[in-house]
Ligand binder design. Structure first.
Ligand code: SF4
Ligand code: SF4
Length: 169
């Protein structure tokens, strides 16, 4: 009989999924959650200089197509910092790494680790690892993990209710 458990467990491991099953299961067993990131562990095991070189060797391939931003389900600003000429120079390639720093900072506490940015990137830059690391820092400092039910984002404005846009009725 075809086992559905192993391929699902493989997927969870590949995606490093912390909750690879819904709250209520209608069928089968929940597969094991992956709470530690192999990607981040591999990066942490590198000496700092080597890690920086590793990142630059990837980031320098960026062609500034904005595909990572355009596909991202949590990028919804109508005005984007990545398009401010004073902030990001697109005069020459490789792009200034401020492009990636600005985007990574914006993803801290927001990225849900869906992996779409990495899938669409024509330069095959390991973007998930970058955003995983900023999210790890946010979780370490504020105890908040995006996509979980553990309270409000630390980047909500204190004393203000979030006012989210409503869709067409
Ligand atoms: S992995 Fe994060 S940054 Fe990349 S598309 Fe998904 S939510 Fe956006
Ligand atoms: S999708 Fe890749 S190449 Fe395009 S802007 Fe994003 S990181 Fe750069």
């Amino acid at each position: 009989m075809l086992s559905r458990r192993e391929p699902t467990a493989d997927l969870a491991r590949t995606c490093e999924c912390a909750k690879p099953y819904p709250d209520r299961l209608e069928y089968g067993e929940p597969v094991e959650a992956v709470l530690e990131s192999r990607r981040l562990n591999d990066l942490k095991s590198m000496e700092r200089g080597t890690r920086l070189d590793w990142w630059l060797s990837h980031l320098n391939r960026c062609i500034g197509c904005h595909g990572c931003r355009d596909v991202c389900p949590v990028c919804f600003c109508t005005e984007c910092s990545l398009e401010h000429k004073e902030l990001i120079s697109k005069a020459k390639l490789p792009l200034d790494s401020s492009f990636h720093l600005v985007r990574a900072i914006h993803m801290g506490g927001r990225c849900i680790d869906c992996g779409l940015c990495e899938e669409v990137c024509p330069a095959r830059i390991p973007l998930r690892s970058l955003y995983k690391e900023v999210n790890r820092l946010v979780e370490e400092i504020f105890g908040y993990r995006p996509g979980s039910d553990d309270g409000r984002s630390p980047f909500s404005f204190p004393g203000e209710e979030l006012s989210l846009p409503t869709g067409p009725r």
